[in-house]
Design a protein around this ligand. Structure first.
Ligand code: HEC
Length: 182
């Protein structure tokens, strides 16, 4: 079961790399232009200085099993709502950041690898520092799908080799940017 889920996430990540390259091919927009690339038009907005994220006590639904369908949904929502700033690989190098928005931390730094699911869920719900809350655009179920996808992204960079099945390893070598994982 673990192996199957991992395989599923690797396939998704392979798709993700393709998406990234497509993104690089997108036309660029100047500040003030309409930016149809970003569904919520967030590209043109500037956050109010000193805005503070509120903390809340909204319950997080029971974590769903990490199925292929969940990861696929997570990738889809992540690509729409998070990639513009966090980048397809989660490095914090999205298009909006390259146009001057404050750079988010990489999901691959130790602190965020150690953070629990709840923290990421809460950041989506309530925002964090200069990042806007997404509660009105991303449903609780979709927040969980995004959390699962971010976990897969993190795992893809730091998977301990002894936790991989042989077929997973060969899949990993087949990925387009496999060189950086060796
Ligand atoms: C408009 C740009 C933007 C978008 C879109 C965005 N973020 Fe962020 N995010 C940021 C910035 C900037 C920070 C760092 C904020 C700070 O520390 O003040 C951040 C921080 C984070 C953090 C780290 C919190 C911590 O503990 O340091 C997580 C997790 C996160 N975002 C998840 C998401 C997810 C999931 C989505 C999509 C639903 C998303 N973000 C969409 C800009 C964005």
């Amino acid at each position: 079961m673990k192996g199957r889920v991992l395989l599923a996430s690797l396939c998704l990540l392979a798709g993700c790399e393709r998406g990234m390259h497509q993104m690089y091919d997108q036309p660029r927009y100047e500040r003030g232009d309409e930016a149809p690339l970003f569904a919520d038009g967030v590209a043109a907005r500037t956050p109010p200085q000193g805005s503070v994220a509120t903390t809340g006590t909204e319950a997080m639904p029971e974590p769903p099993p990490h199925t292929e369908a969940l990861l696929e949904r997570g990738r889809d929502r992540y690509t729409i709502y998070c990639t513009p700033c966090h980048g397809a690989g989660g490095d914090g190098d999205g298009m909006v950041v390259r146009r001057g928005f404050p750079r988010p931390p990489s999901y691959h730094e130790q602190r965020l690898r150690d953070a629990d699911d709840r923290h990421i869920y809460d950041v989506i719900t309530h925002g964090w520092g200069v990042m806007y809350p997404y509660a009105d655009r991303v449903s609780p179920a979709d927040r969980q799908a995004i959390v699962a996808y971010i976990r897969a992204l993190q795992f893809s960079r730091h998977a301990p080799v002894d936790r991989l099945e042989p077929e997973d390893l060969s899949r990993l070598r087949d990925l387009p940017d496999a060189g950086s994982r060796r």
